[in-house]
Design a protein around this ligand. Structure first.
Ligand code: NDP
Length: 341
């Protein structure tokens, strides 16, 4: 019987890029659940860019991590002990803010069961295509009111969110263009996901606009922005009149100290080209989860959609997995596998 629990705690705030010493592993006695609580064994932990914001003291839409306490994440796990009526031992559950740990003891209301219609799909999809990133793609692209005659550009296109944005765009008949940071990722977009064109923004160096113009000769009608910075500037330069720019995230700036954050130099296109630029946070759209899941499960089960998951093994490797994801080492949705299902 297990009596010890490994946890990874938030040890130090980063200034700029997070480093391994921002995290520390500790072993504590495994708690028994109290009345109304359950104990969850971690199977998969999600590594999300938004975790970087949780390391900063500034107020954000998501609660910050507390120094000396376990880092938190979305996860899929199995109930190993219960003192709550809602769950039985052995149930698979999904939680939004559980510990980076072998086990987390939480009130039963901190988790939910998995959608039974998803049975047969990989468990890790609940953190990717079928989970928060997939819903981000679905909600965000919907906000752009996509039309079959549109050209869609998506950045970080081979990542957790980007893969789905592009495939929904294709399903809607759009011309879809993506950018990513390696030639292998770029090839995956065109050869496996059916993007019409893609380019390597790192190889393009200072010529991102040329690369984008080559991939989208008729300009852009929708830009789904995951990265900000110079890619966003190129998209604004290349946008058609009345294009819609959906600001999903600005990962190129997350690790910049405040005085090194890149300003966007061509915002004047917003009025001259009558652009609409809008940001969103997926959790504001929770009321639409059932609608999203039904549609996404259909697409995944029919084989219409593909989804790449990038699995790192071992709780002890979670800090490197997170830092590597921020650097673009992930190819697909990054998860850490802590134990077998
Ligand atoms: P990904 O799986 O795409 O992983 C992050 C990727 O970002 C890396 O693999 C890397 O890919 C790319 N990247 C890193 N640094 C840079 C850079 N300097 N310039 C360009 N690209 C870079 O992450 P997600 O799909 O989970 O998240 C994508 C975006 O969506 C993030 O900005 C995230 O914060 C945001 N998001 C927003 C949500 C919302 O509610 N608005 C919800 C979920 C995510 P590459 O090799 O291509 O460079």
């Amino acid at each position: 019987m297990t009596t010890a629990n490994r946890q990874i705690v938030f040890a130090k705030r980063p200034n700029g890029w997070p480093t391994p010493d921002c995290f520390a592993m500790r072993t504590v006695p495994l708690q028994d659940p109290a009345d109304g609580q359950i104990s969850v064994r971690t199977i998969y932990m999600s590594m999300d860019p938004s975790m970087r914001g949780r390391m900063d003291p500034a107020r954000s839409y998501a609660a910050g991590w507390e120094l000396g306490e376990p880092c938190k994440t979305r996860m899929v796990g199995r109930v190993t002990a219960t003192r709550a009526d809602a769950f039985n031992e052995g149930d698979l559950v999904y939680g939004r803010t559980l510990d980076w740990a072998d086990y987390t003891v939480v009130p039963a209301k901190a988790v939910s069961g998995l959608n039974p219609n998803a049975d047969g799909l990989p468990l890790s999809y609940h953190l990717g295509a079928l989970g928060m990133p997939g819903m981000t793609a679905w909600v965000g692209l919907g906000m752009a009111e996509p039309k079959a005659t549109d050209t869609l550009f998506v950045s970080a296109a081979s990542g957790a969110v980007g893969q789905i944005v592009g495939q929904i765009g294709k399903l809607k008949g759009m011309r879809v263009v993506g950018s990513a940071g390696t030639d292998t990722k770029v090839k995956y977009l065109t050869d496996d996901l059916g993007f019409d064109a893609a380019f390597n923004y790192k190889a393009a160096g200072d010529d991102i606009l040329d690369a984008l113009s080559g991939a989208a000769p008729d300009g852009l009608d929708v830009y789904f922005d995951n990265v900000g910075g110079r890619v966003l500037e190129a998209a604004l330069d290349h946008a058609n009149d009345r294009a819609r720019i959906i600001i999903c995230g600005l990962i190129s700036q997350y690790n910049q100290p405040r005085d090194e954050i890149q300003g966007i130099r061509n915002l004047t296109h917003i009025n001259r080209k009558r652009l609409r630029m809008e940001g969103f946070i997926v959790s504001d759209h929770e009321a639409r989860r059932a609608e999203f899941e039904a549609e996404m499960i259909g697409w995944l089960k029919s084989g219409q959609f593909k989804y790449k998951v990038d699995e790192v093994a071992g709780l002890e490797n979670a800090p490197a997995a997170m830092i590597g994801m921020l650097r673009g080492e992930n190819f697909g949705k990054r998860v850490v596998k802590v134990s077998d299902p």
